[in-house]
Design a protein around this ligand. Structure first.
Ligand SMILES: [Cu+2]
Length: 470
């Protein structure tokens, strides 16, 4: 849209809220109960969809090599109601966004669904995961993702650091950034297909469910912030007043070293892991989301997300020079690799991938890949709006981006970053190197403006093992 920037600068709120850890039961299972809960958000009572009555959901932590077990209990009321897209309400499931795990059976299998009253047991083999990797969980039932996610269903999922990691002792805060508009005590309902075309952006933009919380930092201290953009459609362009953010991790895990940045774009579904050093002596500083034109209809906003307040005794923390020496850009001859062209489109209230609007696994564009191959994916955006392209199971590295923000393109085409969400700029494109590793089965890729996923901007991805596989 462009034009005038509106400034959203709420007064500093209460103390920063760290999301409580989920608790395992006696058999080592995390139980996530999906239920409605009446909560106060920014002083207003609202009935949200929650995991265990919490907004955002509790923090699930696990370690590389573990078997992570989650029991999802759907305690939403039984209903015959459908949403305006015609999909039955209150059916849900769990997607572990970012985990490199099997898409089959009891693992990250988004084809399973739980009706109200039903339970789904999940078990994830984390042998191929990355230490220090920031992920999150949310529902993935086609046609109702946007409403359930907007209604509150999302929580962090963190893979623990190695004990020897230079980040292991650093004070760490997980930040789920999520927006919401409250209307008559509920999340503002979807009333038109144009809301699915634009994607909802909320009037409240919150960190861990709080408006402009105050986070204390000691002068000279280094803190680690693990940040998730869990908004439906809102792009964030983060900047911390008078401070440099040192990027140490992205969607797929930790980088080789810190990358100093004054601003960084975080599209819906993307994550970053940053170090912040309190090197300004004293004072209070705003974490802002700067205006970003994604081509939607929401206009340009500058939003104060958090206030960083210096307090306490002086420290002399250092930013580590190296973080994860294993992180590398893949150097592979691209000439012989299989190539795929994937074109994202929008028309008349529907989203498309290669001309097909997803309505089910038997009616969608299906990409087929051999486990063990590296592939080059050319992803094109034929619309006037940015789309954050998300693929399950296998993260990629970005080879090139045409269009959009030059800083975003230069960062992700040079750093050894693994990505499961890549912003494809309006009328632009990106080329991705996709290793198809470890797991066969059926999974998906889609736009992570979740409204676009619900109206069909999703495809199936058949990971096949065979003579060349595994
Ligand atoms: Cu989209």
């Amino acid at each position: 849209m462009g034009g005038t920037v509106s400034v959203v600068d709420p007064a500093p709120g209460g103390a920063f809220y760290d999301i409580p850890a989920a608790v395992k039961d006696a058999s080592g299972v995390y139980e996530l109960q999906v239920k409605q809960a009446r909560l106060k958000v920014n002083g207003t009572a609202v009935t949200l969809l929650t995991y265990n009555g919490m907004y955002p959901g509790p923090m699930v932590t696990a370690a590389k090599g573990e078997k992570l077990k989650v029991r999802l209990v759907n305690m939403l009321p039984k209903t015959t109601a459908t949403n305006i897209l015609g999909h039955p309400r209150n059916i849900t499931n769990l997607h572990t966004h970012g985990l490199h795990v099997s898409p089959s059976l009891m693992s990250d299998n988004v084809m399973r669904m739980a009706a109200p009253g039903a339970t789904l047991d999940y078990e994830y083999d984390l042998s191929c995961e990355e230490p220090g990797h920031l992920n999150f969980y949310h529902p993935h039932v086609h046609g109702t993702v946007a409403e359930q996610y907007w209604g509150g269903l999302a929580g962090p999922l963190v893979i623990a650091d190695d004990a020897t990691s230079p980040l292991a002792g650093v004070e760490t805060h997980v930040m789920m950034i999520k927006d919401l508009t409250i209307a008559s005590g509920v999340p503002e309902p979807y009333t038109s297909t144009s809301q699915f075309m634009h994607g909802k952006e909320g009037k409240l933009v919150m960190i861990n469910g709080r408006v402009n919380p105050v986070l204390n930092i000691r002068p000279g201290q280094v803190q680690r912030w693990q940040i998730v953009n869990a908004c439906n459609a809102r792009y964030l362009k983060l900047a911390l007043d008078r401070h440099t953010m040192q990027l140490v991790g992205t969607d797929g895990g930790l980088l080789d070293r810190p990358y100093p940045l004054s601003t960084i774009i975080l599209a819906p579904g993307e994550r970053i892991d940053v170090l912040v050093k309190a090197d300004q002596g004293g004072g209070a500083f705003k974490l802002l989301s700067l205006p970003y034109d994604r081509g939607g209809m929401s206009g340009l906003q500058q939003i104060t997300l958090l206030t960083l307040a210096y307090s306490g005794l002086l420290m002399d923390d250092r930013i580590p020079a190296t973080i994860n020496p294993q992180a590398q850009r893949q150097t592979i001859d691209l000439a012989m690799l299989p190539r795929k062209q994937i074109t994202l489109g929008m028309m008349m209230g529907k989203g498309y991938i290669n001309g097909i609007s997803f309505t089910g696994m038997n009616n969608c564009y299906t990409a087929m890949s051999m486990v063990g191959d590296y592939e080059v994916w050319e992803v094109y955006n034929n619309s006037g709006m940015d789309h954050p392209f998300h693929q399950h199971v296998n993260p990629c590295q970005v080879l090139s981006i045409n269009g959009g923000d030059p800083g975003y393109a230069s960062l992700y085409t040079t750093a050894p970053a693994w990505k499961d969400v890549v912003n494809i700029p309006k009328m632009g494109s990106a080329t991705l190197l996709v290793p198809v590793r470890d797991y066969d089965g059926m999974t998906m890729f889609h736009c992570h403006i979740v409204e676009h996923e619900d109206i069909g901007m999703m495809g199936a991805w058949h990971l096949m093992s065979g003579p060349m596989g595994m």
